[in-house]
Design a binder for this molecule. Structure first.
Ligand SMILES: O=C(O)[C@H](O)COP(=O)(O)O
Length: 228
């Protein structure tokens, strides 16, 4: 039975500071490191093992995966890094404080930006310090200046179908270490969540989620490793 484990990175510095992060490359806090290590120990102690790993090109997810694999004594496993698993781009909100934005424009508007299916945040200014145009890891790709969950799905899902699904179908045990909204994109697909219901899905940091799938990769079960 194909088994897929999804893991949101541990707490990042901007999670701690309550700032919109998106594609900006922010590292883990000490707590985030500990969350990642604890996730690795939990997976090991519950008997999980993997054949292949996927992550984004963002430090917080890569380090989380490495810490998990270190705890599992599996640092040697093959890891594929791809920008398509990056966090949703937070556009012009990048770097801003979430509570300050609520105070400024209201909780309802901020919730729409954070959790709606297809309303993107305002675009990132061309002269923003958070522009990534010169970042070598994105050479040759069209960097978005904002993304909704819908447009995030439009790059996460084809990547899942092209790279992750075939590995699962070959019988490989897969872990994906990624981000709140790239994982919401994947979970929307795997759990067949309607556009107007995805607003309710929150994914905590550092908590491995298991998908047990049938041969056609239809969901049989979904649970947090900590719960069983
Ligand atoms: O990019 C961010 O700010 C976080 O990783 C996810 O934030 P959200 O929960 O506000 O979407």
């Amino acid at each position: 039975m194909p088994t897929l484990v999804l893991l949101r990175h541990g707490q990042s510095q901007w999670n701690l500071e309550n700032r919109f992060t998106g594609w900006w490359d922010v590292d883990l806090t000490e707590l985030g490191v500990e969350e990642a290590r604890a996730a690795g120990r939990l997976l090991r102690d519950k008997g999980y093992d993997f054949d292949r790993c996927f992550t984004s090109v963002q430090t917080r997810a890569i380090r989380t995966l490495n810490l998990v694999l270190e705890e599992m004594q599996r640092l040697w496993l093959p890891v594929t890094k791809d920008w398509r698993l990056n966090e949703r781009h937070y556009g012009g909100l990048t770097g801003l404080n979430k509570q300050e934005m609520i105070d400024k424009v209201g909780a309802e508007q901020v919730k729409i930006w954070r959790r709606s299916f297809d309303v993107p945040p305002p675009p990132l200014d061309d002269d923003s310090p958070y522009q990534l145009a010169g970042d070598r890891r994105y050479a040759g790709i069209h960097i978005p200046n904002t993304e909704s969950l819908k447009t995030t799905i439009a790059r996460v899902l084809p990547y899942f179908e092209a790279e992750i699904a075939p590995a699962l179908k070959r019988g490989e045990r897969v872990i994906v270490a990624a981000h709140g909204n790239s994982l919401r994109a994947l979970e929307k697909h795997l759990s067949n969540i309607a556009d107007d219901e995805i607003v309710g899905l929150e994914i905590p940091t550092g908590q491995p989620i298991v998908y047990e799938l049938d041969d056609k990769l239809q969901k049989l079960d979904r649970f947090y490793v900590s719960e069983r």
